[in-house]
Structures are given as C-alpha cells and as structure tokens.
Design a protein around this ligand. Structure first.
Ligand code: PEP
Ligand code: MG
Length: 326
C-alpha cells in the first residue's frame, strides 16, 4: 500500500473527469515541514501557530515567532502556506498564561475573541508574520470568527501593522490574503457578508461539527454520536462551497474530516476544490481522488441530501460508489 501511495506522489491531484482537487497539509511545528516534499502536497492549508506557544515555557518572543514563520515559508518554497493566528483558550491552554476557569471552555474566551480583547498578543504575532513574509505572499486566517465585525476588527489590526511597518521602512509582503475559518455556525448565515470582506474561507470541520450538533469533540461519549456525512452537516459544507463559487473566492476545508477517503469524496461532491489534511492521509485521499468521477459523485450525493436519507444510507451509497470506481 505504502509503495502504491509513493508511486502516486508525483501525479497531479486531478479526478478522472478532469477536476483538480488540491491537497494541502495541516501542520504546526518545524518537524512537519519535511512532509511537504515527501507528499508533494500543494502547500500548507493550515499552519496551527499556537503549537509553538504550547510547547514553550513562556511566551515566544517576536524574533522566535518570526524565525519559525520564515522557516515555514522557506520550506514551502513556491507553495502557499496559510497561517492561522493563535487559537489558544478552550482546550488549548498555555501553562504560563493566566486564565479564568470557564464552565464551557469550547464556547469561551478563546481564539480570535482572546486576540481582540488582548490585541497586544495578536498585533505582535501579525507583525512577525508580515516581516517573515517580506517579498513573498502571505496568507493569514483568523480562528473562531462568529460575526463579520470580529473579522473587520482583526483585519483592521493587520492593516495598522502593515502601515506601521511601511512607515518604518521595513520590506513588506508582496501580497497579503486575509481569510477566516468557518467554525462557528453563525457564520453560515453571514457567508455573503464574509465573502465580500475576506479573500478566502476555510472550514474548520472539527469545530463546525462540534458546534452544529452541540457535541463536545473531546468527550468520547458524544464526539462520534453525529456523523459528519449526515444531511445536516453536508448541507452546511455545501453552503460554504457554493458561497465561495458565487463570490469567486477560494474556499477550503482543513478539519480532520478531509483526511478520510469517503468524507473527501463527499466534500469534493458538494463543491470543495481544495482540502487540507494530515500528512499521512495525503496518499490514501489522493488515491480515491484519482479514481473519482466527481460529476457522478455529485449526481449521486445531492439527491440524497434532499430526501430523507440518513448518514448511514449516505455512507453506504458512497462506499458502494467508491468500490465501483476503484
Ligand atoms: C477545526 O476546528 O477543524 C480546525 C482545523 O481547528 P482545530 O482542530 O485546531 O481546532
Ligand atoms: Mg478549530
């Protein structure tokens, strides 16, 4: 099996009916970088910047952040890297940061909420990102955005940092793409407003599914209770993919969902053309993409979303479809 995946490494990720589905990597530390070359991924679709903070014993200095971001961009070369700003709080605690006990940490003071309330931290991170990307393209996205005004506020912080660096004569990125993660269901009802503001969106399916079904992703009793291949979740994913198409802006998905072959087929079928996944899953997912007739998968899946099919029927139908193709 491994040998078969290795042989696929240099084949372009294009379906049988000629649709390119870009496969990108989820990463977060220097040790992840060799995977870019090993998998021949199209880039890094999610760089989790909080990991550097989580393995440190004190807040990483700007110079340390800058050095990591520069090393990531160097390793990626011409391939795009999407940096996610700090997603701390909730289950991601920094031992050296004082926080308050929360009854519902996943719903609490985390990610962009913390970033906007303590803008010093977000500002210095953004400064490090802008400087690391001098002379190249930079892609930044904000986690856990629940309202377009949070995106506006975060983007304003970024614009101010750009102005500041320009005024002080620093070299700037060639271009800055600013996006948001779709992780909070309220954003599903603000997609047009988001896409007139943001340059791209990326679905964080781990959190989006957790919040859609109100099922704690880290509680084993409920985490797998609701299937992301159910019509409710698939309709949500489809809404995001179609909104991206409507606005002509890139929309990707970077949760663990894309790492599973049947789920990847479903995501391509509802309209995603870029997925970001764990390095070990690139081979298996590419293998199903190469065998996939995405037009046929779409024709199979969309009617199942309209009738009373449940996740079990959808899963069975997709499995039969994949076995026929492969
Ligand atoms: C997600 O929620 O799907 C996501 C990619 O972010 P994280 O898993 O880091 O919360
Ligand atoms: Mg998340």
């Amino acid at each position: 099996r491994q040998a078969r995946f290795a042989e696929l490494r240099d084949r372009p990720s294009v379906t049988r009916d000629g649709v390119a589905i870009d496969l990108m990597l989820n990463a977060g530390l220097l040790v992840d970088l060799p995977h870019i070359g090993e998998t021949a991924a199209a880039g890094i679709g999610l760089f989790r910047t909080e990991l550097q903070f989580m393995v440190a014993s004190t807040f990483p200095r700007i110079s340390e952040q800058l050095a990591l971001y520069r090393a990531v961009l160097d390793a990626a070369g011409d391939r795009p890297v999407t940096f996610r700003t700090l997603d701390i709080g909730g289950d991601k605690v920094l031992p050296y940061m004082r926080t308050v006990e929360e009854e519902n940490p996943a719903l609490g003071w985390r990610a962009i909420r913390l970033g906007l309330d303590r803008p010093g931290l977000l500002r210095s991170q953004i400064r490090a990102l802008l400087r690391a990307a001098a002379g190249r393209e930079l892609r930044v996205m904000f986690p856990m955005v629940a309202d377009v005004h949070e995106f506006d506020a975060a983007r304003t912080i970024l614009e101010r940092e750009l102005t500041h660096l320009r005024k002080h004569g620093h070299a700037l990125p060639e271009k800055v793409h600013v996006g948001a993660m779709v992780e909070v269901p309220s954003l599903l009802f603000q997609l047009d407003e988001m896409l007139t503001r943001a340059d791209f969106l990326s679905v964080g399916s781990n959190d989006l599914v957790q919040f859609l079904f109100a099922a704690d992703r880290s509680n084993v009793r409920v985490a797998d209770r609701f299937d992301p291949l159910s019509p409710a979740a698939l309709r949500a994913f489809r809404m995001v993919a179609e909104a991206g198409l409507r606005h002509g802006k890139p929309v990707t998905l970077c949760g663990e969902l894309a790492s599973r072959p049947l789920e990847a087929i479903a995501l391509a079928a509802v309209g995603f053309r870029a997925l970001s996944l764990s390095p070990a899953s690139v081979g298996p997912v590419k293998s199903v993409i190469l065998d996939l007739d995405v037009g046929a998968a779409r024709a199979l899946l969309l009617p199942l979303l309209e009738d009373t099919s449940g996740a079990a029927e959808i899963r069975a139908a997709l499995r039969a479809f994949a076995e026929d193709a492969g």
